[in-house]
Design a binder for this molecule. Structure first.
Ligand code: CAA
Length: 283
């Protein structure tokens, strides 16, 4: 089945990046969110990031204009029923995601592939809440989506080969590289990355280093583009905590215990860049 039109649920950090890369690759994109304000903000971010690519001569001004013209927005979730592929990129909370699937599924065409950009939740369990577990899979982008090369493809227990192959072709058309992960908590990238970030927070909590020494140690000592605390702020501390909880609950091993300091920051509403305060102060 040829995929030409794509529905993206959620215009936040991941959703607007996903809409951006699909539109640049020539797909028709229908982007939805629960408020006009979120849709407007998402579109502004896409415009800003496309402009940045034009100014760095990665794409032409014509490419940018054509991509923007391919992105439509709607507040009505059921409008996504016309599309060939739906990517759910809503908040990383299982109840939110399953509520979206329940509302959306009755409107989908029989052949539409349904995917989730979840960074940690069981694909098999999400799939079981839809009418098409064989056409459901994990499709996990990295942030910032227009820059990062990787997409994780995660098969649920029921995902069929045709769906997997179709999504592999989509990754190729986007000019990105796929890594296949089995459906275990947090898949590959976050299974490895989040315990590292959590350990960095423990290192801060125990006073082994301060924010600046921990980040410069990891940047200069291991050639990471960002230190782990800066990266946690970039990803969102609520997302980091949610993923640690999925690892802790799903693998039942104390080595995944979220650092109490991470929990405290999230309780304070210090979620990183998006709230202008996290391990760093962005105000
Ligand atoms: N859209 C388009 N282009 C962007 C962009 C965006 N949002 N953000 C940055 N860029 C481009 C810049 O234009 C620049 O392009 P050129 O190389 O062509 O000049 C390039 O990316 C580098 O950007 P900057 O020069 O502004 O800044 P930088 O060198 O500090 O790089 C960064 C910024 C790419 C974010 C880099 O710091 C980095 O790679 N950080 C680590 C990111 C990472 O690890 N992401 C994965 C997080 S884990 C995840 O996402 C999974 C999950 O589920 C939580």
């Amino acid at each position: 089945m040829e995929i030409e039109t794509v529905g993206v649920v959620g215009a936040g950090q991941m959703g607007n990046g996903i809409a951006h890369v699909f539109a640049l690759a020539g797909y028709g994109v229908l982007l939805t969110d629960i408020s006009q304000e979120s849709l407007d903000r998402g579109r502004q971010v896409i415009e800003r990031n496309l402009d940045r690519q034009v100014s760095r001569e990665k794409i032409s001004a014509e490419d940018r204009d054509a991509a923007l013209a391919r992105i439509r927005t709607t507040l009505t979730l059921s409008d996504l029923g016309q599309t060939d592929l739906v990517i759910e990129a809503a908040t990383e909370r299982e109840t939110v995601k399953t509520a979206i699937f329940e509302d959306l599924v009755p409107h989908l065409k029989p052949n539409t592939i349904l995917t989730s950009n979840t960074s940690s939740i069981s694909i098999t369990r999400l799939a079981s809440r839809t009418d098409r577990p064989e056409k459901f899979m994990g499709f996990h982008f990295m942030n910032p989506v227009p820059v990062m090369q990787l997409v994780e493809l995660i098969r649920g227990i029921a995902t069929d080969q045709e769906t997997f192959d179709a999504m592999h072709r989509v990754v190729e058309r986007l000019g990105k590289t796929a890594a296949t992960a089995e459906d275990f908590p947090a898949f590959i990238v976050n299974r490895i990355l989040m315990p590292m970030i959590n350990e960095a927070v423990y290192t801060l909590y125990e006073g082994v280093g301060n924010v600046s020494s921990i980040d410069s140690a990891m940047k200069l000592g291991t050639n990471h583009p960002m230190g782990p605390l800066e990266l946690a702020d970039f990803i969102g501390l609520d997302t980091c905590l949610a993923i640690m909880n999925v690892l802790h609950d799903g693998l039942a091993d104390t080595k995944y215990r979220p650092c109490p300091l991470l929990t405290k920051y999230v309780e304070a509403g210090w979620l990183g860049r998006k709230t202008k305060r996290g391990f760093y102060d962005y105000r």
